[in-house]
Write a protein that binds this ligand. Structure first.
Ligand SMILES: Cc1cc2nc3c(=O)[nH]c(=O)nc-3n(C[C@H](O)[C@H](O)[C@H](O)COP(=O)(O)OP(=O)(O)OC[C@H]3O[C@@H](n4cnc5c(N)ncnc54)[C@H](O)[C@@H]3O)c2cc1C
Length: 461
């Protein structure tokens, strides 16, 4: 950050990883400038505050953020408890964002619309590495302003860009026109959004954690509002990936959720349609007809798209990125998390080196760093931003020594047929350059992928 030394570091997004990045930058004596599109920190999680996390508190908080909070008298929640999204906000993110050291650097209702090098478009190389970044922001007052910063950490997540329902990665024919029949990805069907689902025919599409939660909540709703019909479409030939190992599953959170979904299907409370790759959607009066590639149709009143998410790369168009062509994660990270080849969320700890782009001092972190892969865990993101802050501060040794603590035993199998057992609660320290899939895995996936692209085959749907 030579010539831009005294400028702040822009952090895009005040989710858990963006706020953690700010905490690490502060510890390093760097000045964060946090832009959050929503009205509060944790704005994306606000949409799923009614959903329970599948990893316990001790893996959901960042060490530097906790140090800031504890200095202000904050008491950590019980480490083994599984919080709801709302609790993650109320008991951790909101208090963190309210600390004066964070609040004074956080701008809400501030949406980043573009990032570039000041005075240089993407094609210009001369002096690029030492030229400050320009971050264009739409502010709450309706004005758009350019901010000059030394470095940029993009922690803007993927919530705002869900995968389409169509099975080719494109919207199904008619999907946009039928937009008013398609809900948010994780509606609160029994409370906040109840009126839109009670006594309706609801089609849930997808085969991840979000689909399982929504199906269970819809079945609860149908008990109270018997006219409600719960329909479920998955592209794969069976829903076994969602069911997991049921009550015998080595991962209890996954087993319980999957077991409940299976019992509801077997009891006829959920009508399952397998092999249903969606090709078209057509609104007819107050209902919608969903067509499959093989000609089958389902008629519903509302569609819930639990199809996973993809990164918004448009705002980064003027930057020189190096992304994996399939997963849209940083090039070297992509193969380690590609859901076509990895059956679980196991990746090595990694940091600034693995996340680097040709654009010096620019990093994508958090959920967005996984691109289209659905298996991101907060603990991974917290280690990413610790390493990135160290790198920006010039502490390369600390940046390159990546650590991760493993919560429990898990097994990672790859398409190549290899697998490896991960020892229980082990601290892993690895060089960012040396880590490999089975050498140094991260916390095992305690649950399903948080969203699964309906269009991917052979993985989770
Ligand atoms: C239902 C669900 C359950 C999950 N459960 C777990 C779990 O149990 N354990 C676990 O480890 N992980 C879990 N995850 C995965 C992941 O940890 C979360 O998605 C987490 O919220 C990711 O944090 P983040 O900070 O990277 O992104 P987000 O939380 O998505 O935060 C990004 C922030 O950036 C803001 N933003 C977006 N675009 C812009 C812009 N252009 N300008 C400014 N601000 C912008 C958003 O408003 C948002 O506040 C879960 C995810 C989901 C969806």
């Amino acid at each position: 950050m030579e010539s831009a030394k005294n400028l702040p570091v822009a952090v895009i997004g005040a989710g858990p990883v963006g706020l953690a990045a700010a905490a690490h930058l502060l510890e390093r004596g760097l000045e964060p400038l946090i832009f959050e599109a929503g009205t509060t920190a944790g704005a994306a999680i606000e949409h799923w505050r009614h959903i329970r996390l599948f990893s316990p508190w001790r893996f959901n908080t960042d060490a530097a953020a906790v140090r800031l909070l504890e200095a202000a008298g904050w008491e950590a929640p019980r480490p083994t408890a599984l919080p709801y999204g709302g609790e993650l906000i109320d008991n951790y993110l909101a208090p963190l964002a309210a600390l004066s050291r964070i609040a004074s650097r956080l701008q809400t209702r501030a949406r980043v619309t573009a990032v570039a090098r000041e005075g240089l478009d993407k094609t210009h190389i001369k002096g690029r590495d030492t030229t400050p970044f320009l971050v264009r922001v739409e502010h709450a007052d309706g004005e758009t302003r350019d901010h000059t910063v030394a470095a940029v950490i993009d922690a803007s997540g993927t919530w705002s860009t869900r995968n389409p329902l169509g099975s080719s990665g494109l919207p199904a024919i008619g999907e946009q026109a039928a937009g008013d029949r398609i809900s948010a990805p994780l509606p609160d069907v029994t409370r906040r959004d109840r009126a839109s689902f009670a006594s309706r025919r609801v089609l849930v599409v997808g085969a991840g954690h979000s689909a399982a939660n929504t199906l269970i909540n819809l079945a609860d709703l149908a008990r109270e509002e018997p006219e409600t019909r719960v329909l479920w479409a998955v592209r794969g030939d069976s829903a076994s990936k969602v069911y997991g190992g049921g009550d015998l599953d080595g991962l209890p959170a996954r087993g319980q959720l999957g077991g409940r979904v299976r019992r509801l299907v077997e009891a006829g409370k959920i009508e399952l349609h397998t092999g249903f790759g969606i090709s078209s959607i057509k609104s007819v009066d107050s209902s919608v007809t969903i067509g499959a590639v093989d000609g089958r149709t389902i008629v519903a009143d509302v569609v819930v798209p639990c199809t996973g998410f993809r990164p918004d790369l448009d705002i980064l168009r003027e930057l020189r990125l190096n992304l994996d062509p399939a997963v849209e994660a940083p090039m070297e990270l992509g193969p380690l998390i590609d859901p076509e080849f990895h059956s679980c969320g196991t990746v090595p700890p990694h940091g600034a080196k693995l996340l680097a782009h040709p654009e010096k001092d620019f990093f994508i972190v958090g959920m967005k760093s996984y691109g289209r892969a659905p298996t991101f865990l907060l603990a991974t993101g917290y280690e990413q931003v610790r390493s990135v802050a160290a790198a920006l501060a010039g502490d390369q040794e600390s940046a390159d020594t990546v650590h991760l603590e493993l919560p429990e035993t898990g097994v990672c199998s790859t398409a190549a047929g290899t697998s490896c057992a991960v020892p229980a609660t082990t601290s892993v320290v690895a060089s960012d350059a040396e880590s490999g899939c089975c050498a140094a895995p991260e916390p095992v996936l305690v649950g399903f992928p948080t969203g699964v692209a309906h269009g991917r085959s052979g993985t989770n749907n």
